[in-house]
Design a protein around this ligand. Structure first.
Ligand SMILES: *[C@@H]1O[C@H](CO)[C@@H](O)[C@H](O)[C@H]1NC(C)=O
Ligand SMILES: *[C@@H]1O[C@H](CO)[C@@H](O)[C@H](O)[C@H]1NC(C)=O
Ligand SMILES: *[C@@H]1O[C@H](CO)[C@@H](O)[C@H](O)[C@H]1NC(C)=O
Ligand SMILES: *[C@@H]1O[C@H](CO)[C@@H](O)[C@H](O)[C@H]1NC(C)=O
Ligand SMILES: *[C@@H]1O[C@H](CO)[C@@H](O)[C@H](O)[C@H]1NC(C)=O
Ligand SMILES: *[C@@H]1O[C@H](CO)[C@@H](O)[C@H](O)[C@H]1NC(C)=O
Length: 475
């Protein structure tokens, strides 16, 4: 019997299953912007020798075994079936980036929706060898979320790349240790006790409101939430914003908060500006952002090899939970000071992060999966995100410049697809730059205006911060 199913491998993780269920089929898209045109003849060898060996799942499909459980089954991969190289019409003025920007944007819209064939491993690579404003060539990785979460897939992607200055050295990442631990170690016992108690209470109420949100509380319909059911099957469009990490660090130091607080505060402020501009009344509407987190309790990235070692079993895969954060409202007069937005956001995140609800939600998802199966959990996640307005996730990228087979990588961004919400925001750092990618419902959200509003928020908040003379210790 064993021999018979010799090819059938490890079971598909529960999280992996809900990323391919009837309610949800989610893909992670990674974009590499190359400084020079790509030599297409390198593509197949790279796929064969570097990409496919990364993880057995890249050469497996999902099958139901005799007991009805989903398992990964190894198959023979034909790399050429997974490689897409679009041909655009020649432009008369071949240096016209704007025209190709438009072609690329339409092409990306066309591949964002849609499943990859189910009888083949669940990934595709698209090579767009045309110049855009940002790049001479854009390489797109389309990977089913069932293969792993953003973290696993990111480390997979990065293991195909080398450091530009010295390929023999590993890429490094900004240190990510949460400050909480060091602070926590310093405070005295009494404070620790208060901390534990307050975190206990805020957990209970967060946990309650998370469940409530999936069951009954719905965000208002606003310029950022259409309220249509089934929005995920409609076309989305991508736009992106590039921020200087040094500028953000400057603001962070002035305000005495974290980089995350600054960026989240800026995005929330930008979203409210957009809402206000679209419809004055909605600047005070109830709108929630769901922030996806991964629950791995480790610092920076691990190499894929390390992740797959038996002793770090379980690192590869999907380990996620989420926080629900109400987007601060524009109504309070004190919010005329944009910096209040950052501090406000910081308070909200701090309270939520400190609570155990992140882990409770992860636990609940696991439990529901065991008791009721992946379809139910998929529905919970779908209902939660669908009843919120904005979904945000972030990934930390390397500090050094990278190359892909000697092609320098100028920029890096990512996005994820197929949830019910209308605005999906993903953030990644690379070298000295933060890239914010906005994935918005085409036709419903004015992506140019939203982008403009967030850029304006960045400007307004940076300027306000620079006017502060001393470091504010406001908490
Ligand atoms: C993914 O989900 C769809 C819809 O439930 C199903 O038809 C398909 O067979 C699934 N794919 C795999 C590989 O299980
Ligand atoms: C980001 O925006 C630039 C400029 O509009 C564009 O050229 C590029 O293709 C965009 N990248 C993605 C991944 O959408
Ligand atoms: C927002 O929710 C609160 C209760 O949570 C409610 O009292 C208030 O009326 C809501 N605001 C709007 C604009 O719907
Ligand atoms: C999700 O919403 C649907 C209604 O669209 C409802 O039938 C279902 O019970 C909800 N699922 C969960 C797990 O809350
Ligand atoms: C949101 O909550 C309502 C219940 O108020 C539910 O019927 C609906 O299916 C949920 N999900 C979405 C995606 O709207
Ligand atoms: C938004 O991104 C999350 C992951 O951050 C993903 O799970 C979800 O399906 C995405 N939704 C849409 C509509 O793209």
């Amino acid at each position: 019997m064993d021999k018979f199913f010799g090819e059938v491998q490890e079971p598909v993780s529960p999280h992996g299953q809900y990323f391919n269920s009837s309610v949800m089929c989610s893909y992670v898209f990674g974009f590499l912007e190359l400084a020079i045109p790509f030599d297409n003849s390198l593509a197949i060898p790279l796929l064969k020798d570097v990409f496919i060996p990364i993880n057995p799942r890249f050469s497996s499909i999902m099958v139901k075994d005799v007991e009805g459980k989903m398992r990964w089954q190894k198959v023979e991969v034909k790399p050429e079936e997974h490689l897409k190289i679009p041909i655009f019409p020649e432009t008369i003025n071949s240096s016209s980036c704007e025209l190709y920007d438009k072609y690329v944007s339409n092409y990306v819209t066309s591949i964002l929706n849609g499943r990859t064939p189910q009888n083949k491993p669940l990934w595709e690579i698209h090579i767009i060898n045309y110049p855009t404003t940002n790049a001479a060539c854009t390489i797109i990785f389309k990977l089913n979320h069932a293969l792993g979460d953003g973290y696993s897939l990111m480390s997979a992607l990065l293991s195909c790349l080398q450091r530009a200055d010295d390929p023999s050295l590993p890429l490094s990442f900004p240190s990510q240790r949460p400050q909480l631990n060091s602070k926590y170690a310093k405070i005295n016992l009494f404070e620790k006790l208060c901390f534990v108690i307050s975190s206990f209470f805020s957990s209970i109420s967060d946990f309650g409101s998370s469940i409530l949100k999936t069951r009954m509380i719905k965000d208002d319909k606003t310029p950022i939430r259409s309220g249509y059911e089934g929005a995920e099957s409609q076309p989305f469009i991508l736009s992106n914003i590039t921020l200087s990490l040094d500028q953000i660090k400057g603001v962070k130091t002035k305000l005495g908060v974290t980089i995350n607080d600054v960026v989240t505060g800026m995005i929330f402020y930008g979203i409210r500006l957009y809402m206000e501009e679209k419809n004055e009344k909605t600047k005070t509407s109830n709108s929630t952002a769901v922030v996806m987190l991964n629950t791995r309790n480790i610092g920076g990235y691990q190499s894929v090899k390390e992740m797959q070692k038996p002793e770090s079993k379980g690192l590869w895969g999907n380990k996620i939970s989420f926080l629900q954060i109400p987007i601060p409202k524009m109504c309070q007069s004190k919010i005329s000071n944009p910096l209040e937005f950052v501090w406000n956001t910081r308070e909200l995140i701090k309270r939520k992060r400190r609570s155990f609800s992140v882990y409770l939600i992860a636990l609940l998802l696991d439990l529901e999966m065991k008791l009721r199966g992946s379809e139910v959990v998929a529905k919970i996640i779908y209902n939660t995100t669908g009843n919120s307005s904005v979904l945000m996730s972030n990934i930390v990228g390397p500090v050094e410049k990278m190359t892909l087979a000697n092609h320098p990588v100028n920029g890096l961004c990512f996005t994820m697809t197929n949830g019910p919400e209308n605005v999906n925001i993903t953030i990644i750092s690379y070298m000295n730059v933060l890239r914010i990618t906005l994935k918005t419902l085409k036709g419903f959200i004015d992506e140019q205006k939203l982008k403009f509003c967030i850029e304006k928020a960045v400007k307004v908040i940076s300027e306000a911060a620079m006017e502060i003379s001393e470091i504010s210790t406001k908490n």
